[in-house]
Design a protein around this ligand. Structure first.
Ligand SMILES: *[C@@H]1O[C@H](CO)[C@@H](O)[C@H](O)[C@H]1NC(C)=O
Ligand SMILES: *[C@@H]1O[C@H](CO)[C@@H](O)[C@H](O)[C@H]1NC(C)=O
Ligand SMILES: *[C@@H]1O[C@H](CO)[C@@H](O)[C@H](O)[C@H]1NC(C)=O
Ligand SMILES: *[C@@H]1O[C@H](CO)[C@@H](O)[C@H](O)[C@H]1NC(C)=O
Ligand SMILES: *[C@@H]1O[C@H](CO)[C@@H](O)[C@H](O)[C@H]1NC(C)=O
Ligand SMILES: *[C@@H]1O[C@H](CO)[C@@H](O)[C@H](O)[C@H]1NC(C)=O
Ligand SMILES: *[C@@H]1O[C@H](CO)[C@@H](O)[C@H](O)[C@H]1NC(C)=O
Ligand SMILES: *[C@@H]1O[C@H](CO)[C@@H](O)[C@H](O)[C@H]1NC(C)=O
Ligand SMILES: *[C@@H]1O[C@H](CO)[C@@H](O)[C@H](O)[C@H]1NC(C)=O
Ligand SMILES: *[C@@H]1O[C@H](CO)[C@@H](O)[C@H](O)[C@H]1NC(C)=O
Ligand SMILES: *[C@@H]1O[C@H](CO)[C@@H](O)[C@H](O)[C@H]1NC(C)=O
Length: 843
């Protein structure tokens, strides 16, 4: 077999050189047309929570309509839900929490056209969307959002980084339009009782600007934490629009509405105790008229610093108010990001849309709040990113994808992670609303920073590696004292016992300790990341400490635990070394007891976060060889049976991040074709172009980027340079890394029947990567590829950390049948790397 394998390659070599010209869709091909921004917006549950509105890449202003039921992104597709306004700030893909939806504006229709008769609050002003069949009239494309209400009023938005342009087109010219601007009712009505609203008027008493300043609850623990948000509405569209009247409105808890046209400002300290809803009303006497319809254009700056700063942001970012120009610029910025991945023109149209829709979301978050940091981050001169929501989600695929496409963005975000440690004492984890945010498992920012460091160790791109390492070391050395708030880890006890004992009452840590076993596994992986950076920087003594700890995952495996004929699962472990057994299927889809709380709450006493022991017992990305020895006595067939059982017994919960890696686990059992079958099933069954087309919350594009990686046929091992080679869903593609160069991947003999989900994958389908050729050189492994092989420029040492000259690469995946791809290659070293077998030995 082995001999044949080589012979095949030698025979094909000359052929491969010939097939080097790749047909790539042209650079001027408009890639934004393939984006369906509604994927993941179906309902307000764990089916996406995606934000479909207008934003630039990493935009802070995220503008779209909100509906009248709580949805974490403000929006849901279901046309039964009515529109409450267009608001300015949103997150995308977050879980049950949710924040923003602030400063909504909405046309209101008031008796006799009089401002004093308006019904301006959220509950009063909401209106149905125009619907065709059951589909709402909403349009979303990169940089632009539109919704038409059932009376034909159109709401449109486009943005720059911190500024929105809102366009309202009315159904006639007959009435002077009136807009209600909300101040206190954000998505979760979390106004916290401090702030100020002011109508700035000209010498004729006509309103020109509205300045809003408010304090709101945060996405995590809204009752405990708060943040400040500011907006500045420019009402005149240059001098195209003239305001008629303006007023402050208040709605009492009883529903009684007061409209005050005399007062031009109010401080929240003046609120009566029986009022909770406040805002501003504006009517216009002159607007533009387009096609016989009145049209209003509002420029609205947002800021996290002050209302005055919001006005400055608007003026600076949109000096000339021209909706189409701003929308075109935003679209161009998206085109630039999307063109980092270009697909062969013969790509299946559905796959093309899935890929660009997902890549789009992969650049939508986190939000670039540079120069807008507040709280402990105030005044930082480093790049600043908010809505890192949560790093536990994004370290797995989001950042490893970014490392392929966007060196500079990755460097900026890495600087922001490092700076988070400088300012807040710990690496940010679930930073949201300018607040440190919860830690979900480990200190996973560690793996984001380590991933950058090991890949961009030569170019560095402005990242201070001394500080980066100091931050990693700090998070790995000091307890955060607050397990559920902020970054850091519960280190002392972890290091003392070699695991986090489930009965250890850490009185220094506020709140109950939970997820002890999954956190032990995650801490070990965090330690692996730090170790790799220590090795990279030659800090050998440190590296030894982190290496030891990165193997602590072994300490929570209980050899006496059993499930479905297998033994040795991760379990809760007590201080005395005994295990506190729970069924390994708890919190898997096969768990029939729906009372089990698998989430963040204190009721989750099972030792694992958002998944089962079954699934977490595979989470050892850095040392599968060690795991196979531990739980399968080195028997590959036992290990494969165990993975098969995991899938066959409905233990795989595809809706959540701990599942990301499990379908490719077979690679470590020298059985890449089995991974291909699992990944294909996942992609074709659980991702599609409908509004419900992702299996779980997008979680800051964690799901989106998982799909992109799968479509490209690569799966990352975070904090290393390694990618597993699975099977691409496209015949060829090019990645344009503006720093390192262009790399074209070609699946030679790509078989389109691979994409036909109705039929099970046939053994005869050429769905499997048989051999890998890089710039004409055949590789021995068909299971893994290094970042340095993809981008040789990354390995080029420059004397002063200046950028290396870019280099282009051509990578050919020769596709074969299942019978032709029985293993990873002839040599044990062709398996994906594991620490126990000498992998990841140096960086
Ligand atoms: C939306 O508004 C329409 C018309 O006012 C109303 O019939 C419908 O019940 C509203 N939908 C919801 C979910 O409140
Ligand atoms: C225009 O909008 C107003 C306010 O909602 C509504 O009363 C009127 O019926 C609409 N006219 C048309 C032609 O849709
Ligand atoms: C926002 O309003 C509050 C209440 O009036 C005030 O104390 C605070 O200084 C304002 N903040 C800014 C940045 O203007
Ligand atoms: C915006 O782009 C469209 C389509 O390319 C073009 O027709 C239009 O002239 C552009 N508008 C502005 C103001 O740049
Ligand atoms: C973030 O915003 C700053 C300031 O506008 C800009 O210089 C930087 O390029 C942006 N970075 C990203 C990744 O968008
Ligand atoms: C943990 O210790 C604190 C302080 O001594 C005590 O109040 C609390 O009841 C203990 N919790 C448990 C679960 O033992
Ligand atoms: C289901 O789980 C709940 C919460 O842990 C527990 O109280 C209950 O006894 C369980 N029910 C069964 C049938 O095991
Ligand atoms: C593990 O494998 C070795 C070598 O194949 C064998 O000798 C040993 O009995 C096995 N141990 C168990 C517990 O199955
Ligand atoms: C689309 O994907 C969702 C989420 O995985 C799934 O529930 C649904 O069945 C899929 N729909 C179609 C038509 O494939
Ligand atoms: C990569 O491709 C882009 C777009 O075709 C091109 O402008 C650039 O010069 C290429 N880079 C290299 C290093 O050839
Ligand atoms: C595919 O090959 C596997 C062995 O590699 C075999 O077990 C299976 O039955 C084959 N499937 C079909 C449909 O032939």
């Amino acid at each position: 077999m082995i001999w044949l394998y080589y012979r095949t390659h030698l025979f094909l070599l000359p052929l491969l050189f010939l097939i080097s010209a790749i047909v790539i869709a042209g650079q001027d091909n408009d890639l934004t047309q393939y984006v369906n921004a509604f994927i993941g917006t179906e309902k307000n549950s764990n089916s996406g929570n995606v934000f479909p509105g207008a934003s630039i890449p990493f935009g802070m202003a995220k503008v779209g309509i909100d509906v009248d039921v709580f949805a974490p992104s403000g929006y849901i597709r279901n046309s039964n839900n009515n529109v409450t306004g267009m608001s300015l700030l949103h997150d995308s893909g977050t879980g049950a929490g949710g924040s923003y939806g602030t400063f909504a504006s909405m046309p209101v229709y008031c008796k006799d056209g009089s401002i004093t008769n308006c019904k301006p609050s959220k509950a009063q002003r909401k209106r149905p969307r125009k619907v065709t069949g059951s589909t709402p009239s909403d349009i979303a494309r990169p940089g632009y959002f539109s919704s038409v209400l059932n009376d034909d009023t159109q709401l449109e938005a486009t943005t720059t980084r911190r500024t929105a342009l809102l366009r309202y087109t009315f159904n006639s010219t007959s009435k002077n339009p009136i807009i209600s601007i909300d101040w206190t009712e954000d998505l979760s009505n979390s106004f916290r009782g401090t702030g100020h609203a002011q109508i700035i008027k000209d010498s004729n008493g006509k309103a020109q600007q509205i300045l809003l300043n408010g304090t709101y609850g945060s996405s995590f623990a809204a009752a405990q934490f708060f943040n400040h948000q500011f907006a500045c509405f420019d009402l005149n569209n240059g001098d195209e629009q003239i305001v008629d009247q303006s007023a402050l409105w208040t709605v009492k808890n009883t529903g009684e509405t007061t409209i005050n046209t005399e007062k031009s400002q109010i401080d929240a300290s003046e609120f009566d105790s029986d009022t909770s809803q406040h805002g501003v009303l504006v009517s216009w006497q002159k607007t533009n008229v387009v096609d016989g319809k009145a049209q209003l254009l509002l420029r609205v700056g947002v800021s996290f610093l002050s209302a005055e700063q919001a006005c400055l942001n608007a003026k600076e970012e949109i000096p000339t108010i021209d909706f189409d120009m701003v929308a075109n610029k935003s679209t161009a910025a998206w085109q630039e990001k999307l063109s980092r991945v270009q697909l062969d023109s013969t790509t299946d149209p559905t796959i093309q849309k899935l890929l660009y829709s997902s890549l789009y979301r992969g650049f939508l978050t986190p939000s670039n709040a540079t120069h807008e940091a507040q709280g402990v981050f105030t005044g930082t001169t480093e790049p600043y990113f908010d809505s890192l929501y949560c790093t536990w989600d994004t370290f797995r695929t989001f950042f490893p994808l970014l490392s392929l496409t966007s060196a500079q963005d990755y460097a900026d975000i890495t600087r922001s992670y490092t700076d988070g440690w400088r300012k807040a004492g710990f690496i940010p984890e679930c930073r949201a609303n300018n607040l440190p945010g919860y830690t979900q498992g480990g200190s996973d920012g560690t793996n984001v920073m380590a991933d950058f460091a090991v890949k961009y160790r030569n170019a560095r791109m402005g990242v201070n590696f001394d500080d980066l390492y100091a931050a990693l070391k700090h998070d790995a050395t000091f307890d955060s004292k607050t397990f559920n708030n902020g970054g850091g880890r519960q280190i002392a006890v972890y290091e003392k016992y070699g695991y986090i004992p489930s009965d250890y009452n850490d009185t220094e840590v506020k709140g109950l300790q939970r997820f002890q076993s999954s956190r032990t596994a995650e801490y070990a992986y965090n330690d692996f990341g730090i170790r790799n950076v220590a090795l990279l920087l030659g800090k050998m003594e440190d590296a030894a400490r982190w290496t030891k700890r990165s193997l602590f995952y072994k300490n929570v495996f209980d050899k006496d635990s059993e499930s479905y004929g297998f033994s040795n699962f991760m379990q809760k472990r007590l201080m005395n070394g005994n295990f506190d057994k729970e069924s390994p299927i708890i919190c898997s889809p096969a768990d029939t007891n729906k009372s089990h709380n698998c989430f963040y709450d204190a009721q989750n006493t099972y030792g694992f976060y958002e998944s089962s022991s079954w699934e977490y017992s595979f989470f050892v990305p850095h040392d599968f060889a060690g795991l196979i020895s531990l739980i399968a006595n080195n028997s590959i067939s036992t290990f494969i049976k165990r993975i098969d059982t995991f899938f066959e017994r409905n233990l795989f919960r595809s809706d959540d991040e701990p599942s990301f890696q499990t379908p490719v686990t077979y690679h470590y059992a020298n059985s890449p074709s089995r991974s291909v079958a699992r990944v294909r099933k996942l992609v074709l069954n659980e991702f599609n172009l409908t509004a419900g087309g992702i299996p779980g919350n997008d979680d800051g594009a964690a799901m989106a980027t998982l799909l992109v990686m799968h479509l490209l046929g690569l799966y990352p091992v975070p904090s290393t340079r390694e990618y597993l080679i699975v099977s691409p869903f496209v015949p060829s593609y090019t990645l344009y890394n503006t720093l390192l160069g262009n790399v074209t991947f070609k699946a030679q003999d790509f078989d389109p029947s691979f994409l036909q989900g109705q039929t099970p994958l046939q053994n005869s389908t050429k769905a499997y990567v048989k051999s890998v050729t890089i710039n004409g050189k055949v590789q021995t492994s068909r299971c893994k590829i290094s970042f340095d092989d993809i981008f040789p420029a990354a390995a080029a040492k420059t004397t002063d950390n200046t950028n290396p000259p870019p280099q282009n690469t051509e990578i050919i995946f020769e596709m074969g049948t299942q019978a032709e791809v029985t293993d990873c290659g002839p040599d044990p070293s062709d398996l994906p790397s594991s620490m126990s077998t000498g992998g990841f030995a140096s960086f």
